[in-house]
Design a protein around this ligand. Structure first.
Ligand SMILES: [Zn+2]
Length: 277
């Protein structure tokens, strides 16, 4: 559908690409990988991912991080950039594969969808014709890594109403999905403990029909949401193919940006600290 009436609300080039290139120039262990272009009319968005090998990486501890699949959830890309600037150096035992902004068109236009009007986070399947999802899948296959965990940074738009839900169903505090069949590996409670020191978490009994445990929705057993049951979200795809443990983090768009970024970073750091041992 490619809505041409949308106006640009932020710059992918200035806020993502230029800082990303500056970081890669400064840090020899940051390897940028070009993923291809996504065109929209006369605008062309080059997509990149980033491989970072920590100095103490000795094999085995690979981590996947992504942001910006939904364009109207900008704290994800901002938090990834902040993590690269300020935090990644504290996790030198890992090797990272990072997708800072999967849907640059959505990021620039404050729009959930890609230029074709597609929800990218319902397109992680082998036969997808969604351009952004296909490029991520190709990179996953090319790198061929297995991850100790995958973390996808999202936000909850207070106005979102689709797929059988209304705006009243949208949480207005932090929550997350943790998909991990082995309950001994789960770290959701630790993430909530860390986040609660700086921001409130969702205590509703259910979130989008899934059972909520103090801010954490655990899969596979909590699988009551028909959208997630399709298994075409990035976290589900990662869990099925590349990692035993995947996370989707959700900050509410109603908070100011600094708070949303700080909460994402607290959650990401807690996950990485928990998986380090
Ligand atoms: Zn989202």
């Amino acid at each position: 559908m490619g809505d041409t009436t949308l106006s640009k609300v932020r710059s992918y080039r200035e806020e993502i690409l230029e800082p990303l290139f500056a970081l890669a120039r400064k840090n020899l262990n940051f390897a940028l990988e070009f993923m291809g272009f996504v065109e929209h009319g006369l605008i062309t968005y080059p997509l990149f991912c980033l491989s970072i090998t920590g100095e103490r990486f000795t094999g085995g501890k690979d981590v996947f991080i992504s942001g910006g699949i939904h364009g109207e959830e900008p704290a994800g890309p901002y938090a990834v950039m902040r993590f690269l600037e300020n935090n990644v150096a504290g996790f030198l035992n890992y090797r990272f594969l990072i997708f800072p902004c999967v849907n640059p068109f959505g990021f620039e236009h404050g729009c959930r969808f890609n230029p074709d009007g597609i929800d990218v986070n319902r397109q992680f399947k082998p036969d997808t014709d969604c351009r952004e999802a296909a490029k991520v899948l190709r990179m996953l296959s090319r790198f061929g890594r297995k991850f100790v965990c995958g973390i996808d940074l999202h936000e909850t738009d207070p106005n979102w109403a689709d797929e059988g839900f209304t705006a009243a169903d949208n949480p207005t505090t932090f929550y997350m999905w943790e998909t991990c069949a082995d309950k001994r590996l789960r770290v959701g409670n630790r993430v909530m403990y860390a986040v609660k020191r700086i921001a409130p978490v969702c205590d509703w009994p259910t979130i989008y029909r899934d059972t909520n445990h103090g801010g954490v929705i655990w899969y596979p057993e909590g699988c009551a949401n028909p959208v997630y049951a399709q298994g075409t979200t990035l976290d589900a795809y990662l869990n099925a193919n590349y990692t035993p443990q995947s996370f989707t983090l959700e900050t509410p768009c109603g908070w100011d940006m600094e708070k949303r970024v700080a909460v994402h970073l607290a959650a990401v750091r807690t996950i990485l600290e928990s998986k380090r041992a």
